[in-house]
Design a protein around this ligand. Structure first.
Ligand code: DQA
Length: 146
């Protein structure tokens, strides 16, 4: 059974209490469950991890990559500046989908650039929790072509 790694970066542990107009109303656990259910529908397992610390995300990615077939990641604000996370994704060699709940193209200028995106096979932004379902479908379609 394929296993997919779902990672969340800084401040996403506060989902449901953070700007619902941008991020929706689901908690992180609800978002993880939604994603796990969609993966299960496609006979895939999931391992989920969230951290507010860049190094912890990198350590976990390095540890989990060998057991996983792909990565879905919402790096939070690390998207806009973490070259270390970018390198870690590249080094993992995992096909990666970057997801953002909010529509970055309609927000502050500094949010409109992600340093992570070039390491990813797909980027989904602005679809709130539906973006995670799309990320599963996009990632599994990509894996099926490999
Ligand atoms: C976010 C967008 C980021 O700019 C922000 O720092 C987040 C959440 C999103 O899901 O829309 O923490 O990644």
């Amino acid at each position: 059974m394929k296993k997919i790694l779902l990672m969340h970066g800084a401040n996403l542990n506060l989902l449901s209490r953070r700007a619902p107009e941008h991020y929706g109303s689901l908690t992180l656990m609800e978002l993880e469950q939604l994603t796990a259910r969609e993966l299960a529908r496609h006979h895939c397992a999931m391992v989920a991890y969230q951290s507010n610390h860049e190094g912890c995300l990198i350590d976990t990615l390095q540890t989990e990559a060998a057991q996983c077939a792909g990565l879905i990641i919402n790096p939070g604000a690390f998207s806009h500046g973490s070259y270390a996370l970018y390198d870690a994704i590249l080094d993992s060699q995992l096909p990666t989908i970057e997801v953002h709940l909010s529509n970055l193209s309609q927000r502050e200028a500094w949010r409109q650039h992600s340093v992570i995106s070039p390491a990813c096979v797909g980027v989904i932004s602005g679809k709130k929790e539906h973006g995670y379902l799309e990320a599963v479908q996009t990632l599994l379609a990509y894996l099926n072509t490999q």
